[in-house]
Unconditional design. Structure first.
Length: 88
């Protein structure tokens, strides 16, 4: 567990994940279709954004960062015991 990276916390971390994922997809496409780097542009629509059949790779940086709101004991769980009905 000590070798794991901390979870992404900000826009810079998500951009780094996006950068890595984009390069992995680019390498995969180049190997799958036996194309050069210059021919890779044929798989992109606006700039260098991958697209195919209406599906667009937006990347991790497009995910909105929403901070966790501490709720303590107010978090509902399915294991919350309800008091037994009084049969007396």
């Amino acid at each position: 567990m000590g070798d794991l990276l901390p979870p992404p916390r900000g826009e810079a971390d998500f951009n780094a994940v996006d950068h890595h994922a984009w390069h992995r997809v680019a390498i995969w496409l180049r190997r799958k279709h036996s194309i050069s780097s210059s021919q890779l542009k044929g798989f992109c629509d606006q700039g260098w954004r991958f697209t195919d059949g209406g599906i667009v790779f937006l990347g991790a940086s497009s995910v909105m960062i929403e901070r966790y709101r501490y709720r303590g004991a107010r978090i509902p769980t399915p294991w919350t015991a309800e008091p037994a009905a009084d049969n007396g």
